[in-house]
Design a protein around this ligand. Structure first.
Ligand SMILES: C[S@@+](CC[C@H](N)C(=O)[O-])C[C@H]1O[C@@H](n2cnc3c(N)ncnc32)[C@H](O)[C@@H]1O
Length: 199
């Protein structure tokens, strides 16, 4: 992440929760219900931001499971810490998940509203599978909207993020990198790609 990207998210942090109107409880629950997340699992939430997924993930994995949220924006992370830092099965870490070593090995790694901000997506997926995903585990790319909504927002906010392809196209690109990528949902409300390591 560049310093200007960190500044961008630090500036957005105080108003993030008021503006993030698409991650309603119903939509987040619906997206998570389509994923293979169960009680007792360990889940990594990359680019957790203000922690929008954390209470839901914490409740699904329960006391035998664990959730780790990572973000590099101090502004975003301090809000997540204030809201959810007390949850007993949640940890928050300030790291660059494309550059730094991430501690732990997980059943599922989530990139929720984060994928267009990746600088080296194929290397990052490769590295995550190698270092942080359990055998049989998966990585998920998800958004509470379609790609048009995301691309319009990034254009409006003059974000440095990349253009997001439609889910079926991105799944093809990721499969071309040697992973097995499956579109779980593709609608105005839900964009979900589930990625496994090729057997
Ligand atoms: C669009 S926000 C989404 C936040 C949250 N997932 C949500 O849906 O509300 C993207 C987040 O990813 C974080 N981020 C992007 N690239 C990152 C990286 N390489 N390492 C750590 N955090 C990163 C940003 O700081 C920001 O908080």
């Amino acid at each position: 992440m560049t310093q200007s990207e960190i500044d961008f998210f630090d500036n957005l942090a105080p108003t993030w929760d008021d503006n993030e109107i698409r991650s309603t409880p119903e939509r987040v629950r619906s997206i998570l219900s389509k994923l293979p997340i169960e009680e007792g699992m360990s889940v990594l939430d990359l680019g957790t931001g203000t922690g929008v997924l954390l209470p839901y993930l914490s409740s699904i994995v329960g006391e035998k499971g664990h959730v780790t949220g990572i973000d590099l924006s101090k502004g975003m992370l301090s809000i997540a810490q204030k809201k959810y830092g007390d949850l007993p099965n949640v940890d928050l870490l300030k790291l660059d998940f494309e550059q730094d070593m991430i501690p732990g090995i997980y059943d599922m790694v989530l990139l929720y509203s984060v994928y267009p901000h990746l600088h080296a997506p194929s290397d990052t997926l490769e590295w995550l599978f190698k270092m942080n995903v359990k055998p049989g585990g998966s990585i998920v790319i998800a958004f509470p909207s379609d790609e048009k909504f995301i691309n319009d927002i990034h254009h409006e906010r003059k974000s440095e993020s990349d253009h997001l392809l439609p889910a079926h196209r991105l799944a093809e690109v990721i499969s071309g990198w040697g992973f097995s990528a499956e579109v779980v949902a593709s609608s105005e409300e839900e964009y979900i790609i589930l990625i496994n390591r090729k057997q």
